[in-house]
Design a protein around this ligand. Structure first.
Ligand code: BEZ
Length: 256
């Protein structure tokens, strides 16, 4: 029996959404549970071009997608290892707002991402009263598959870091997305770090430090404000939070 077979019938299931990118620190509207945990069978990589959030159509930035692990294993990737567990968070959407949120998310499903469902494993120690059942929960996840036009495939880490350092989009600098992901992953669990994300973050920090050394005081001031504006959360204890309004979400960021 597969793990899918062991789960409750789809029509009785609650609506859960798994976030492995900016959804970790920028939640969707109308959730009433936020549970840290992981999925398997995937590898997280900055291999999705972003024309609408962290870049522009003329100069796309880079955001994360999940690569099917068996497909990734056939590729040559400079980051040649990846954690078995892809950590993130699952959100339960309040029953009366599911249709509204699905519509909201479907609108956001632009720039190459498509909808998939995967078993989500809550982190050890999550109070069982917060969960619909023992064992994995069926969760919706947005994935930019290799067939989508924004999929970049493997990239040299230093070139990728430089690309991220220089990219900006309507949701802000690409580097803030990268550092926001690093910080929010670190806050989920002692084992939720992702070497691909950490290595890129370190490389971009080194580029930023070098740029700061070479640039004038005005640039330094801008860089300082940019870092201070990060505003990510870093609590490991936010497993249960009240829903926010759609308007509030719109003010922060769309979902990629
Ligand atoms: C996320 O997990 O944050 C996410 C990934 C792809 C599209 C939208 C959100």
């Amino acid at each position: 029996m597969s793990v899918h077979d062991s789960m409750v019938p789809v029509e009785l299931a609650e609506f859960w959404l798994f976030g492995y990118g900016s959804l970790i620190w920028k939640p969707p509207p109308h959730f009433d549970r936020r549970i840290p945990g992981w999925v398997t069978g995937y590898v997280r990589r900055f291999w999705q071009a972003s024309e609408d959030h962290r870049g522009t159509p003329e100069a796309p930035g880079r955001v994360v997608t999940l690569i099917d692990r068996s497909y990734w294993a056939q590729l040559t990737d400079h980051h040649d290892s990846a954690p078995e567990k892809v950590w993130g968070v699952a959100y339960r959407i309040t029953a009366d707002r599911v249709d509204e949120v699905k519509e909201y998310l479907d609108i956001r499903e632009t720039n190459g991402y498509s909808i998939h469902y995967t078993p989500f494993h809550p982190a050890e120690g999550v109070d069982s009263v917060l969960l619909p059942q023992a064992g994995p929960i069926r969760a919706l996840v947005y994935i930019g598959t290799p067939e989508n036009e924004q999929f970049t495939g493997p990239q040299d880490p230093q070139k990728l870091a430089e690309h991220i350092y220089h990219s900006h989009g309507p949701s802000g600098p690409n580097r803030e997305y990268l550092w926001g992901l690093e910080k929010s992953l670190d806050a989920l669990s002692l084992e939720s770090g992702d070497e691909h994300v950490t290595d890129l973050s370190n490389r971009v920090r080194a580029i930023a430090a070098q740029q700061e050394k070479e640039s004038g005081p005005a640039d330094k001031l801008r860089a300082a404000y940019s870092l201070a504006d990060m505003g990510t959360e870093s609590s490991q204890h936010h497993h249960f939070r009240r829903a926010g309004s759609v308007d509030e979400q719109e003010e922060t960021e769309k979902t990629s």
